[in-house]
Structures are given as C-alpha cells and as structure tokens.
Design a protein around this ligand. Structure first.
Ligand SMILES: NC(=O)c1ccc[n+]([C@@H]2O[C@H](COP(=O)([O-])OP(=O)(O)OC[C@H]3O[C@@H](n4cnc5c(N)ncnc54)[C@H](OP(=O)(O)O)[C@@H]3O)[C@@H](O)[C@H]2O)c1
Length: 333
C-alpha cells in the first residue's frame, strides 16, 4: 500500500468520478486539498476524462501539485477496484447505473453492477485498510414505500418496498435498495465503517459533457412533459450540497447510519410550480397538487445533515443554477 500517516488521510477514492455527482465531489475534494483517485469506465474516452482534468487545472494556481489520478474500473472487476482504492484512507462509492427508462435486462444493466459492484468496492476497501466508506444510496431506497404511515414524515428508517417495485417493474429503486442493504450487511459482518447518503433529485451545474437522468427530468418538464414521477420523487437538492454532504459524512466521525439529503421534502408538483413561477416563458404543465400520494411535506426532512452543519441551497437557487447550466450548454434556449 502506498502513502502513510497524515498524508494518506488526505487521499480518497471517488468511484463514478466522471458522473454528474461524482465530478462535483471530485471538484470540492480537490478544492479542500485532498488527493483524489477518480474512477471512469473508459480511460480512452475524452467524454469521461476531459472535464475531470479541467477540474485539476482550475485549481492548479491556488492549490498546485498534481492531486488527481484517474483510474479505469469496472464495478464487476475486483482487481480494477483494488488498483483504484489502494493507498486511500477513504472511499466515496458513487458509481452505479442510473437507468430508469428502457430497462430490458435488469439483472445485467442495473442489479449486478449496483449490488455486486457495491460489495466489490466494500471488499476492496476493507482489504486496502480504508478507514471509512461513504456509500451513495438514494431516496429510491426510501421510496416507493406505500405502507409507510400516512401521518408520519418519511425519514431514515423508511425503506423502499421491494415487492411493490418488483410488481411494478421499478428496477432502479430495487437496485439502490438491495445495494444499500447489501452494504449494511457487509459492514455488520466485517466491521468496515460505512455511512450512507440518500440524495433526492440532484440538480445544478453540469460538469460532464452529457446530461444525467435527474437533469433530464427538468428538460422534459420545460418541454411540457406532464409525467408525475410518482415513485421517484421526494424533493430536489443542489449537486454542490450533495458533494458537501458526502465530505461532511466522511470527515465527521460522529456521523452514522443513513442520511436523507433533500432541500426539503416536496412533491414533484411543488417543484414544477416553482419552475413555472420563475420561468413563465416555458410551457411547464400544471400538475395535480399531490403528485406523490402519501408523502408528507417537511422543510427539515434532512434534519440529520442539518444538525451536522449542512446549509441547504434554496429551491429557487437550485432551479436558477440548473437553468443557467442547461442554457449555457444549449440543452434549452
Ligand atoms: N442524480 C440524482 O438525482 C441521484 C439521486 C440519488 C442518488 N443518486 C446516485 O448518485 C450516483 C451518481 O449519480 P449521477 O446522477 O451522478 O449519475 P451519472 O452521471 O450517470 O453517474 C454515474 C456514474 O457511475 C459510473 N458507472 C455506472 N456503471 C458503472 C460500472 N458498471 N462500472 C463503473 N462505473 C460505473 C458512471 O461511469 P461512466 O461515466 O463511465 O458511465 C458514472 O461515473 C448513483 O449512485 C446514483 O444512484 C443520484
């Protein structure tokens, strides 16, 4: 294993470093002086590496010293994970397939990389002597949960109903729920220190050259799509806050368990109405008041993270930052 002492504490690995959330996390970690092992699926694809290399350049003046290393991994290839994690004292396991539509082979497209991939990352972390792993789960591991009591705000002890998801072929929530459960089981069996973050719908400035599933939701809304995302919504959150929350959970040894990460618990209709109010020039559809039946709204839904010191960006700022990014990249006019 490379590195040692104080220096090693500042070396961390981010799986899925090329993605929407991963690249923001890499950016903030570099800014904070960490050395980052970021993973991509294809080192020869500029679409995965160029924006990451630009992040290092962006900070070269204020914090010099080549602190970004990019590794090619496949979540199902254990040796590739060992190589990426070796020398790190922390791992942020962000990588997981985010496919909601067009799932024709759930086992191969979603379940194996999410579940076996998570176990492979945790095993590699344990073998490499990593001190803490922050696992990026999702609100999709909390909801859909149709049997949750109607008068109780959904919180960290709420779990997605996998049987309901199977009946409705909701493969993404199944992948996130089973991956998170497998992670907790692994931690219990091996003593590996893990902490989990469950972000809502993540939005904000896009760093990679392509648009991810959650920002696509906003593009569709602006185009007039009236889909209500009944089983996939609990509230928005700024991508920078998600990155900061990951780091807060890593650095704060008292943090434990799951952490819902949303600006507030809201219905999709609340979000759509706010977009329509701020940007009346787009054809945002009017939706029913309650698009998420049984979901109680709550301003402090992410109380655990708020108590750890996270200040959430307002819904207005989340929308404005997202709109500016979509406009500057030509996704909307
Ligand atoms: N966006 C949201 O609203 C949201 C909300 C809650 C939780 N999350 C979770 O946050 C994480 C990142 O999501 P995102 O929105 O940033 O999505 P994204 O932009 O699609 O990023 C997904 C990342 O995972 C990597 N990946 C996927 N399959 C892989 C495999 N088999 N082997 C290695 N790497 C693989 C991707 O690599 P490539 O770039 O090479 O494809 C990419 O870096 C996921 O775990 C997701 O479930 C997202």
């Amino acid at each position: 294993m490379s590195g040692g002492g104080e220096e090693k504490k500042k070396i961390v690995c981010v799986t899925g470093g090329s993605g929407f959330i991963g690249s923001w996390l890499v950016r903030v970690l570099l800014y904070r002086g960490y050395t980052v092992h970021a993973t991509v699926q294809n080192l020869n694809d500029e679409k995965e590496t160029k924006h990451l290399l630009a992040l290092e350049e962006e900070q070269e003046e204020s914090k010099p010293g080549h602190r970004l290393r990019i590794f090619e991994i496949d979540l199902l290839n254990y040796d590739s994970l060992i190589a990426a994690i070796d020398g790190s004292s922390g791992v942020f396991h962000v990588a997981s397939p985010c496919i909601v539509d067009r799932v024709h082979d759930p086992e191969k497209q979603l379940l194996q990389p999410a579940i076996q991939g998570t176990l492979n990352v945790l095993k590699a972390a344990k073998e490499s002597g990593v001190k803490r792993v922050v696992v990026t789960s999702s609100i999709s591991a909390l909801t859909p949960s149709p049997d949750w009591p109607a008068d109780v705000v959904k919180r960290e002890d709420c779990w997605t109903d996998v049987e309901y998801c199977k009946r409705n072929e909701l493969w993404y929530p199944i992948s996130k729920t089973m991956a998170e459960k497998a992670a907790w089981e692994f931690a219990k069996d091996t003593g590996l220190d893990i902490v989990v973050i469950n972000p809502g719908t993540v939005m904000g400035p896009i760093l990679p050259p392509s648009v991810n599933a959650s920002m696509l939701m906003l593009i569709r809304l602006l185009e007039g799509c009236s889909e209500e995302y009944k089983d996939f919504y609990m509230g928005p959150v700024h991508v920078k806050d998600v990155a900061l929350a990951h780091i807060l959970l890593y650095e704060n040894s008292s943090a434990s368990g799951r952490h819902l990460c949303v600006e507030a618990i809201r219905h999709y209709s609340d979000f759509a109405a706010k977009v329509a109010e701020l940007y009346p020039e787009y054809k945002v559809p009017r939706l029913p008041k309650d698009t998420q039946p049984g979901l109680l709204r709550a301003e402090d839904g992410s109380k655990k993270l708020i108590d750890l010191g996270l200040h959430f960006t307002s819904i207005e700022e989340i929308i404005k930052d997202s709109m500016e990014s979509l406009k500057s990249r030509g996704y909307i006019s």
